[in-house]
Ligand binder design. Structure first.
Ligand code: PMP
Length: 330
């Protein structure tokens, strides 16, 4: 019989898939590391396991303990999945702009979700930050992973994602491209690939236009999970050779093409990273092997990136020829 004993054992060892269509005309090989194939549906399963195991080893998280994290997205799912397998309680704090669907995914795994008003100052006691701090202080046995400052976030990528990419490409990877959110992925994978290749592999970050990583002022953008208005300690910027700025429009256009032309239904930050990877590939030679990490799947974005009305509202949809509605006079 072939089976795993626990769904957590399925985390990592994700495949590389070659781009065949969106990379047409480029001589370099572009390979996508498809992280939505993790059991929780994103790259964040990796950091959740590593951060929880480290907290257990350091005595920060004890049997019956509670994990409290301000997150609404993929990190919450990863933490909830691992917590469920290990018998911990989870409380996630999220701003009220987060969709009901996202909150319900966390509840489905058995987590509690505390929703905070967005329209209050950070110092307000009802704010997202204050509520999570108070919960950590007042719930006995509570522990806050804090993915933005936890060294086990980049370490999980140094120990798993980086070595996987090196082995899967037989050491032929020449460029690694990833979006930067907490910076954990690029810092951990980047450091590993730099070390093992003697500095040969180029590490390229992708960043939404407006984010501070590519020199922006923190101006808002729509792509989710990447870019920041501050510099987290999980991000080691000395590892990046270059940071490429990508607009929302470019990110979402390519995200949609990845589903239609490559069969990869992925999130908007994947399109963003892929834009940067194609730019890198366009200026690299035929021997280049560009690996781009795609953090999550597209199901969580059906009412945004994959919805024509939403895309049109922001002026992102290029209309070519008459629509079905035009023809039918509807
Ligand atoms: N894309 C998505 C959808 C994410 O949730 C995240 C994590 N915030 C990232 C990209 C960036 O990954 P990292 O935090 O490791 O920089």
């Amino acid at each position: 019989m072939r089976y795993v004993d626990n769904v957590v054992d399925l985390i990592g060892n994700t495949p590389l898939v070659r781009f065949r269509n969106v990379s047409a005309g480029l001589s370099a090989t572009v390979l996508a590391k498809v992280e939505y194939l993790n059991p929780g549906g994103s790259v964040k399963d990796r950091i959740a396991t590593r951060m929880i195991e480290a907290a257990e080893a350091e005595g920060l998280l004890k049997p019956g303990g509670t994990i409290v994290e301000p997150t609404s997205g993929n990190t919450g799912v990863g933490l909830a999945l691992v917590a469920q397998a290990k018998g911990y309680r989870c409380v996630f704090v999220c701003p009220d702009k987060v969709s009901e669907d996202k909150q319900n995914v966390l509840r489905a795994y058995g987590a509690e979700v505390v929703v905070c008003p967005t329209a209050v100052a950070p110092e307000d006691p009802r704010s997202y930050y204050n509520v999570s701090d108070r919960l950590v202080r007042e719930i006995p046995g509570a522990w806050k992973p804090d993915q933005y400052s936890n060294p086990h976030n980049p370490r999980s990528h140094y120990e798993t994602t980086g070595p996987e990419i090196w082995e899967q490409t037989d050491g032929r990877v020449t460029h690694f491209v990833a979006g930067v959110g907490t910076g954990g992925t690029i810092s951990g994978v980047g450091r590993y690939l730099k070390e093992i290749s003697g500095g040969q592999v180029k590490i390229i970050g992708a960043d939404p236009e407006g984010s501070v990583y590519s020199g922006g002022t923190g101006r808002p953008y729509l792509v989710e999970g990447v870019g920041e208005d501050f510099w987290p300690t999980a991000f080691d910027r000395t590892v990046c050779d270059e940071i490429i700025e990508v607009t929302d429009r470019e990110s979402f256009e390519l995200t949609r093409r990845l589903a239609r032309e490559e069969g990869l239904l992925v999130g908007g930050s994947c399109g963003m990273a892929a834009v940067a990877a194609l730019r890198v590939a366009a200026s690299a030679g035929p021997d280049a092997v560009v690996v781009v990490l795609l953090p999550d799947g597209g199901r969580g974005y059906l009412s945004k990136v994959f919805n024509d009305d939403w895309m049109s509202r922001y002026g992102f949809l290029a209309v070519e020829g008459p629509t079905v509605a035009d023809v039918l006079g509807a």
